[in-house]
Design a protein around this ligand. Structure first.
Ligand code: SF4
Length: 399
């Protein structure tokens, strides 16, 4: 591969944005246009399959930092409410990422397209969130930081810092505008305070004549709330949200199965249709996550939303790799994505247990193109899914 070819791949790598579900935050369900997404995806898949692109990639385009595993709320449907996650958290000695750790790895943040600060907790609950935002902003060359928040913990000082920093998008997890539904899903979340914070962010953007951060609405729907979707478009238009990412609530407990959107497919389709019409009229882009899209398109392989995960048993590691046809069409995370856990462990996504390395022991460059990462990319090109990716919520290697 000549250097121009390498450069063009790097260029495409920058612009390539893909559509995946993500257990904790679903951040990479991009709000960019599907047209652009699919074109770049097709080109990238072609290059991955037909070039030597498997060996090294300059840097990850998308980074997810699990800056904390703590949260101020106890939401009804949250995976953190399952007994096995509670047990894991209770014995976890690394619940928060340290500032010094971020400073040491600052080179990682320079060129990334996305740095998502949310994975396993509420990022604004980290006691040093302001310092974290300023540290990563100082290291990065462009507005590339995003985070998903329940919106309950903004302060005036934090809002000022966010609007002045390199935050590209703030995603609000607001699942319902109806107070009763809202309290059922997110007990204790103060909707008045959330709306007040949204207003203050918009005022601060106006005062500083900044277009950033872009506001994104990220409701996660259950059968009882999907009817609110069209009215949420009005809310978005009124409060300066550029887009709404419609997500399917993952159900982790059998007793909550009745709330799954799979029970209301027709209702889902009708409300999506109404929301899209309304969104088009008032300039709010409506983007569907993979689970909702499966329902909309009546996909019989609706793997992301079936209910056989309801027990949420701890993920085990399968005892052998499996073959998956056209694997690089289904997942290109090994070429793009780096998940960093609070303890420094690095994975190719938030589902996989394929450990790439640890940032307390190695540099990010050594991990990103190290033997484990290269071996993973080679496996993917040969349609071999490693055992650490089998039976994960992405559904790609379900056996
Ligand atoms: S196949 Fe592996 S790397 Fe890709 S999304 Fe699934 S668990 Fe993650």
């Amino acid at each position: 591969m000549n250097s121009a070819h390498k450069r063009s791949i790097t260029f495409l790598n920058r612009f390539f944005l893909y559509n995946r579900i993500c257990l904790a935050c679903k951040t990479l369900n991009t709000v960019l246009s599907k047209g652009m997404y699919s074109t770049f995806r097709k080109i990238k898949i072609f290059l991955i399959k037909h070039t030597s692109f498997d060996i090294t990639v300059k840097e990850p385009a998308n980074i997810q930092l699990s800056i904390n595993k703590t949260c101020n709320l106890q939401c009804t449907f949250c995976a953190r409410q399952t007994s096995h996650i509670r047990e894991q958290l209770a014995s976890d000695a690394n619940l928060e990422m340290q500032i010094e750790f971020l400073k040491k790895n600052s080179g990682l943040f320079k060129e990334a397209d996305y740095i998502n600060l949310a994975a396993d907790g509420e990022p604004l609950f980290h006691p040093e969130i302001k310092n974290i935002i300023e540290t990563i902003s100082a290291a990065s060359k462009k507005n590339n930081i995003i985070f998903v928040t329940n919106g309950t913990l903004f302060t005036d000082d934090l809002i000022d810092s966010i609007v002045r920093s390199r935050i590209m998008e703030v995603h609000f997890s607001i699942d319902s505008l109806d107070r009763e539904n809202s309290q059922f899903i997110r007990p204790g979340a103060d909707m008045d305070r959330i709306i007040d914070s949204i207003k203050k962010i918009n005022e601060k953007k106006k005062k500083l004549t900044s277009t950033f951060p872009v506001l994104v609405m990220r409701p996660t729907f259950i059968s009882q709330t999907i009817g609110e979707l069209p009215s949420m478009i009005d809310f978005c238009a009124k409060h300066g949200f550029s887009s709404i990412l419609v997500q399917n609530m993952q159900i982790y407990k059998k007793e909550l199965a009745e709330y799954s959107l799979v029970n209301s497919k027709e209702l889902v389709r009708n409300n999506i249709s109404m929301a899209k019409d309304k969104g088009w009229q008032c300039g709010v882009e409506v983007v569907l996550d993979a689970g909702v899209e499966n329902i909309e398109q009546q996909d019989p392989d609706s793997i992301l939303i079936d209910l056989d995960n309801t027990d949420a048993e701890p993920d085990g590691i399968n005892d052998h790799d499996i073959m998956v046809a056209d694997l690089t069409k289904k997942c290109v995370f090994p070429w793009d994505f780096m998940l960093v856990q609070t303890n420094g462990d690095v994975y190719p996504c938030c589902f996989s247990m394929y450990l790439l390395g640890n940032l307390y022991e190695e540099t990010w460059e050594d991990i990103w193109n190290g033997p484990r990462a290269v071996a993973l990319r080679k496996k993917f090109k040969k349609n071999i899914l490693p055992k650490e990716c089998v039976n994960k919520p992405c559904g790609i290697g379900r056996v």
